[in-house]
Each structure stands twice: as structure tokens, then as C-alpha cells.
Design a protein around this ligand. Structure first.
Ligand code: C2E
Ligand code: CA
Ligand code: CA
Length: 704
């Protein structure tokens, strides 16, 4: 149907507009019986030149081609043919449709050159792209504009095999990509990916290229894998290359880091940072009832750690964590602040409920804990704070609960205290003390001395050194305003070291002036744990030259009870120097008498509270308890000191009970160092019997 060497460019010269199909009819003898207008245009020849001629004569270049063969075929078997034909002289492609008819055949010829060439280019591009995809380590597919998978690389196929092992049918070439993906995806992720790909496809033509990034997880049986999906549109097309990179290792790493940043490694509970965030969220909650915070601090846990070892300590902390978690309601949180401090956060909880919760937590410690084959009794001091309306600062609530805990702790172990605003002031003061003690406060400490008097002769036997803080703004502060903080921060050790030097120096000085006064110095429990006490005492004695028998170290029951063996060892060494040891505040603690009397103690100081109790007992029966204690100490060779003798009645009572020594306002107030000499001399000048002098004083008589 083609004649001359025709310029290919003239064919379909208007690109993009499909020229009408050329139509011929041939009779059974191959004679052209009809051509349409399109044929004339296509060949640029009038119809008259073709009609009635043999087709192969009119178009000799078709001889021996697929066209001749096919036309013969249709004429022979009467079955239609459709085929693409490349007309070599023009290097041009056509599609032929040949239909049989009663008179011959109808031939429809369509110019498909442009389309076919474009398709071929596209296929080549696809091949190239597929080759590139094959080299990618990540599972990658090429997806057509209609969402079908055109090709998939080896990584995709092997990932698919993995999917099959967990019962998920993977997608392959020809499948709908999104549908295949939906089988391994969370619906939300699926929707997000569908939307992202849709945007990318829709942008075809507008922007030169587009990309879409999305991270998702996929549950593969019990295992969760994370993937980074990256989709890019192929330039000048609506096809997408989609890679799926396994980022499980990275995500796992990030998750581990995030977990570590918000959790306590030992117990797995939220840590301080996470707790503050939780408290903040609870305070911000729009219709929060009340937010309660409980701070728990284990009592004497340091001793547990020191005596049983950190491994046991850690195991105990984990058990404590477990018990606390058992006590809370769903929605509440338990966290660990560090060391032996835990926090419970309860939402929709008023102060009554919070107190109830605190007592429940306290009760959960009733059963002992198990540690390395032994049972360990533990108690906690609990502080409770409930946020007031409009409170938003998580740090404030935590510091309030902390202040309440501190107050519980300082009133003895195993207590629950509720926060009150006065405690906030106390907390502020503690903070000030802690920082001042670290700076210059140690230079502002002064020592006052209270006489200790023999009850048989009324002589002044010695003095007790009592520390005070000459605060530049607040004046002279008693020890209980700052010593607890000093204990906590460890500053009490340098303070005591200074005190030992100062007081022994002072006693040696008085001695040189002919005044023999035994010096009593209070020592804190902390000093026993630090194990520097023996050295500190030795240095003070050596530097001052004071005979060791002139020094008395006063320690409380609690400081011995915390770690009796350690205390005993150090006290034995001190005793071997000749230093005296007194047990202070007897009657306020809870230790066993047997344990106490096993210690190398020379003096027992009976607390004022026993005196007050004895005073309240039935008249005539006064001092039965006192007498019993004194009798016991005497039988053990221990001297007794009655503390807090304020009245003549007290004096009579302690004398009747048989106490050896007494101390109290009636006999002598604590006084500055430079007053001591004159005061003692004035007593000596008045006869030397302080008991008689005190009883004879008119104001003393009136108080009795
Ligand atoms: P403490 O060792 O039991 O000291 C006796 C306390 O009772 C002193 O209080 C003293 O002033 C007071 N006092 C004396 N006579 C009477 C009295 O007749 N009636 C009453 N109600 N109280 C009387 P201060 O000086 O406030 O000391 C309180 C506590 O602080 C001491 O109790 C002691 O535990 C501690 N402390 C004082 N100085 C030191 C020190 O240098 N080092 C250490 N570690 N603790 C010290
Ligand atoms: Ca004392
Ligand atoms: Ca005392």
C-alpha cells in the first residue's frame, strides 16, 4: 500500500494528533477496489492511480513482506489478522488489521510509529531501571502509574520469602503494590503510605521529581521490624521507585537510648527526668482532681549496703520497687529518684486518699525482704504532698514531698508526714545551710560549755561542749538548726574534727591554769561510717597535749545501732588510748540494752525525757525507773549522768536514784569559753558544792 520513497517526516507531521486510519479494500484477486481519503493523504496520490490495480503492483515494496504474507493468509483461511509492521524504506511502524469479507479483504492501516517508539524507549528505560534496582541492597519495586508492580529486585523477593514464613503473602510483579503492602502493615501506616504515594503520582508533570519518606514497623510474627520507605517518581513519568530499607537495628538502638534516658537501669522504673515529665503532665491535665506525690526514703539503707554488700542492696531495691508497684492503682506511677529514694505519683487523689496510700505503702514493708539467704527488715520514711489548685511546677511538688519526707525522717524512722508550707521554709533553710556550711560557716561556729556536776560532792567535774552557729544575720543559732543538714551533707565530719581540736586545746589551756575539767564532745553517727574518728581524736590529743582520760566522746544510741560492729571496733581502739565513751540520750532510742552494754561504754547519759516521765509517776514512787537504770549501770561499772536537771525536785530525784553526775539549767547553763574559768572559780569561792548552792537559790526554791 506504499509506493514511492516517501519522506518519513511527512507522515503524521503533526505530532500528537493521530492521523485517521488508512482503509483499503481488495478483491480476491488482490485488486484495489476502494481507498479512503486518508490513503490519499498518507501517500500523497490520487485514488484513481490505485483503484483497479493489483495491490502488489501498486505497492511493489510490499512484496515479500509480512503484509503480503498476511494478506494471502486471510484470503486463504478467512481469519482476520492484526500485526505491527515495520516499513523499512520509510523506517516507520504501522499496525495492520486485515478483515476477511465476501468480496475479498478490508485492510485498516494505522500509523503507530510514534507510540511504538515511545513504548520501546520506555521498555528500555524500565530494563535499565530494573538493572539498577537489582543492585540496591534494600527491597525495591518499580510501580506503574496505576499502582501495579512493574518490577521488583532480588531483595524484595527474598524479603517476600521471609514474609511467607510468617504467613503473609508477598506481592510480586503484576500485583497491586498497596494491596500487597496492606498485608504486613498497620492500617494507619498503610493509609499514610497510600496518601504519600498518591501525592507523588499526582505531582507528575508539575514538579520535575518528587520524593516521599516514611518510617513504619511491621509485625513479623513475634518480631517487629522497622523499615524506611523512600519513594521517588521517575523523571517525566508517573512511575515510582519505592525502596524499603530495614532500619530495625537503628530504631532498636534509638529506643534503647530513649529508654535509658527515662528509666532507672536497676529497677526499670521511670527515673527523675521521666517522673518530672509525668508530674508535669498530671498537673497540666485539664480536669485533674488532685495530684499527689509521695517520696519514700528507705531508713538506714546505707547500713544495709555497707554490711550486706551492694549486690544484696540492689536486689532489695528491686524488691522494694516491686512491692510499691503492687500497691498503686492503674494510671498511677512509681519511679526511682536515685539511691534509696522512690516516688509514687497518684492522680485524682486528695490529701486524705494520699495519706491512705502512704500508710498502705508503709504497711507493704511489714514483711521483711529477702537478701542472700537472710531476711532484711526495711522501713521507709514517707513524705506526702498534694498539689494545690493551679499548681503547674513539677519541681515544686517534688520538693514539697521531699521536704515532708525529710521531716518524717528527722522525727524518727518509719513515719509518714504530710507537707505543710512551714516545711517549705525548712527546706529553703536546709538549702541555705548546706551551701553556707560549704562556704564559710565553719569559721562562724562557736562552742559553749555546760557544766557536768558530781552529785555526791557538788563539784564541777567537767563540761559538755555544745556547738552553736554565730550566724551573721540571724544571730546565735542552736545546733539542731544546722547539724541535721551537716549530717546529711557530710559536713559534720570536718565540723567535729574542728571541734575536737578546739575543745581539747581549750581543756588543755584551762588545765594549765589549774582547772581540771573533763571535756565531753558529741560525735555523730556519720563519723563512725567515715572511719576517721580514731585518727581525728588522736591528732587532737597529740596537738593539744590533753591527757586522753580528760576527753569524753558522747555518742547516741542510734549512731551505735546503725552499725554496732563498726562502732564497737572504733570505740575499743579509743578506749585503749584511755578516752572515755558516753552513751548519750539514753531512753530516747530503741536499741536493745544487751547490745548497748556489750559496747565499751564508761558513762550513760540519761535523757531528760526519762526525768520528765519519772516526775509524772505517782508521788512517793518517784524515780523507780531511774533507780532501776542507775542500779543496772552501776552493777556494770558504768557511771550515770542525769541530763536536763531544771528544778530542785529534779535534783532531789536524781540524787535519790543514785545518779553519779548531773547536768542542767539548774546547775549551770551552757556558757561561752571565756566565761567558764570565772564561773568555776566563783563556785569554788562559794564553797564548791554546786548542788547545795543551786538548791539554796531563791528562784530554784520557787520552781520546785
Ligand atoms: P545533747 O547532747 O543531749 O545536749 C544537751 C542539750 O540539752 C543541749 O542543747 C543543752 O543546751 C540542753 N540542755 C542543757 N540543760 C538543759 C535543761 O536543763 N533543760 C533542757 N530542756 N535542756 C537542757 P543544745 O546545745 O541545743 O544541743 C542539742 C543537741 O545538739 C545535743 O543534745 C547534741 O545532740 C547536739 N549537739 C550539740 N553540740 C554538738 C556537737 O558539737 N556535735 C554534735 N555532733 N552534736 C552536737
Ligand atoms: Ca550530748
Ligand atoms: Ca543528751
Amino acid at each position: 500500500m506504499f509506493e514511492h520513497e516517501h519522506e518519513a517526516t511527512s507522515v503524521g507531521a503533526d505530532p500528537g494528533v493521530q492521523p485517521p486510519d488508512a482503509l483499503y479494500r481488495l478483491d480476491r484477486n488482490w485488486r484495489i477496489s476502494h481507498v479512503n481519503l486518508a490513503v490519499e493523504t498518507l501517500l500523497d496520490r490520487p485514488a484513481t492511480e490505485m483503484l483497479g490495480r493489483h495491490a502488489l503492483e501498486a505497492f511493489p515494496s510490499l512484496r515479500g513482506t509480512l503484509v503480503e504474507e498476511s494478506l494471502s493468509g486471510v484470503l486463504a483461511d478467512g481469519r482476520p489478522r492484526v500485526f505491527d509492521y515495520h516499513h523499512e524504506p520509510w523506517d516507520h511502524w504501522f499496525t495492520f488489521r486485515v478483515y476477511p469479507g465476501s468480496e475479498g479483504v478490508t485492510v485498516v492501516v494505522r500509523d503507530v510509529d510514534e507510540r511504538l517508539r515511545a513504548d520501546r524507549q520506555r521498555d528500555e528505560a524500565t530494563c535499565q531501571l530494573t538493572a539498577v534496582l537489582e543492585t540496591l541492597p534494600s527491597a525495591t519495586v518499580l510501580v506503574n502509574g496505576d499502582g501495579r508492580i512493574l518490577s521488583a529486585n532480588r531483595a524484595w523477593v527474598s524479603d517476600g520469602e521471609l514474609l511467607r514464613t510468617v504467613g503473609i503473602e508477598p506481592g510480586g510483579v503484576g500485583d497491586d503494590y498497596l494491596q500487597a503492602m496492606s498485608r504486613a502493615l498497620d492500617p494507619d501506616d498503610h493509609a499514610a503510605i497510600a496518601a504519600g504515594l498518591q501525592r507523588l503520582t499526582a505531582s507528575a508533570g508539575s514538579s520535575p521529581t518528587g520524593t516521599f519518606d516514611y518510617e513504619y514497623s511491621s509485625k513479623l510474627g513475634a518480631f517487629t521490624a522497622w523499615y524506611q520507605l523512600q519513594a521517588a517518581r521517575v523523571e517525566n513519568s508517573d512511575r515510582l521507585v519505592i525502596t524499603h530499607t530495614d532500619v530495625t537495628a537503628r530504631v532498636r538502638g534509638e529506643q534503647a537510648l530513649a529508654w535509658q534516658a527515662t528509666h532507672d537501669e536497676l529497677t526499670g522504673l521511670p527515673n527523675r527526668a521521666a517522673l518530672l515529665r509525668l508530674i508535669g503532665a498530671a498537673l497540666d491535665a485539664p480536669d485533674a482532681g488532685g495530684t499527689a506525690l509521695l517520696v519514700l526514703d528507705l531508713d538506714a539503707f546505707k547500713t544495709v549496703n555497707d554490711s550486706l554488700g551492694h549486690q544484696v542492696g540492689d536486689a532489695l531495691l528491686c524488691q522494694v520497687a516491686g512491692r510499691l508497684v503492687e500497691q498503686i492503682r492503674p494510671g498511677d506511677a512509681v519511679g526511682r529518684l536515685g539511691d534509696d529514694q522512690f516516688v509514687v505519683l497518684a492522680e485524682n487523689c486528695d490529701s486524705t486518699e494520699a495519706a491512705a496510700l502512704a500508710y498502705r505503702l508503709q504497711a507493704s514493708f511489714a514483711l521483711p525482704f529477702a537478701g542472700s539467704g537472710i531476711t532484711v527488715p526495711l522501713t521507709a520514711s514517707i513524705g506526702v504532698a498534694v498539689a494545690c489548685e493551679g499548681a503547674t511546677d513539677p519541681h515544686q511538688l517534688l520538693s514539697d514531698a521531699d521536704a515532708a519526707m525529710f521531716s518524717a525522717k528527722s522525727s524518727g524512722r518509719d513515719r509518714v508526714h504530710l507537707f505543710s508550707p512551714a516545711l517549705r521554709e525548712a527546706a529553703r533553710w536546709r538549702l541555705e545551710v548546706a551551701s553556707r556550711l560549704r562556704e564559710d560557716a565553719i569559721d562562724q561556729l562557736v562552742v559553749h560549755y555546760q557544766p557536768v556536776v558530781r552529785l555526791d560532792t557538788g563539784e564541777v567535774e567537767g563540761v559538755e561542749a555544745l556547738v552553736r552557729w554565730q550566724h551573721p544575720e540571724r544571730g546565735l543559732l542552736p545546733p539542731d538548726t544546722f547539724l541535721a543538714v551537716a549530717e546529711e551533707t557530710g559536713q559534720v565530719i570536718p565540723i567535729t574534727r574542728w571541734l575536737l581540736r578546739e575543745t581539747t586545746r581549750r581543756a588543755a589551756e584551762w588545765r594549765a591554769q589549774g582547772l581540771q575539767l573533763r571535756m565531753s564532745v558529741n560525735v555523730s553517727a556519720r563519723h563512725f561510717s567515715a572511719e576517721t574518728l580514731v585518727g581525728d581524736v588522736r591528732v587532737a590529743l597529740r596537738d593539744s597535749g590533753l591527757p586522753p582520760e580528760q576527753l569524753v566522746l558522747e555518742l547516741t544510741e542510734t549512731c551505735v545501732a546503725e552499725d554496732p560492729t563498726r562502732a564497737e571496733d572504733q570505740l575499743t581502739v579509743l578506749r585503749s588510748f584511755g578516752v572515755r565513751v558516753a552513751l548519750d540520750d539514753f531512753g530516747t532510742g530503741w536499741s536493745s540494752l544487751a547490745q548497748l552494754f556489750a559496747l565499751p561504754i564508761g558513762i550513760l547519759k540519761i535523757d531528760r525525757s526519762l526525768l520528765v516521765a519519772a516526775e509524772r509517776a505517782a508521788p512517793g514512787d518517784t524515780g523507780a525507773v531511774l533507780a532501776a537504770i542507775v542500779g543496772l549501770t552501776r552493777s556494770l561499772g558504768i557511771r550515770s549522768v542525769a541530763e536536763g536537771v531544771e528544778t530542785v525536785e529534779h535534783l532531789r530525784m536524781v540524787q535519790a536514784a543514785g545518779c553519779d553526775l548531773a547536768q542542767g539549767w539548774l546547775l549551770g547553763q551552757p556558757m561561752a569559753a571565756d566565761e567558764v574559768c570565772d564561773w568555776v572559780r566563783s563556785v569554788q569561792n562559794a564553797g564548791g558544792d554546786l548542788c547545795a548552792l543551786a538548791a539554796a537559790r531563791p528562784e530554784a526554791a520557787s520552781t520546785s
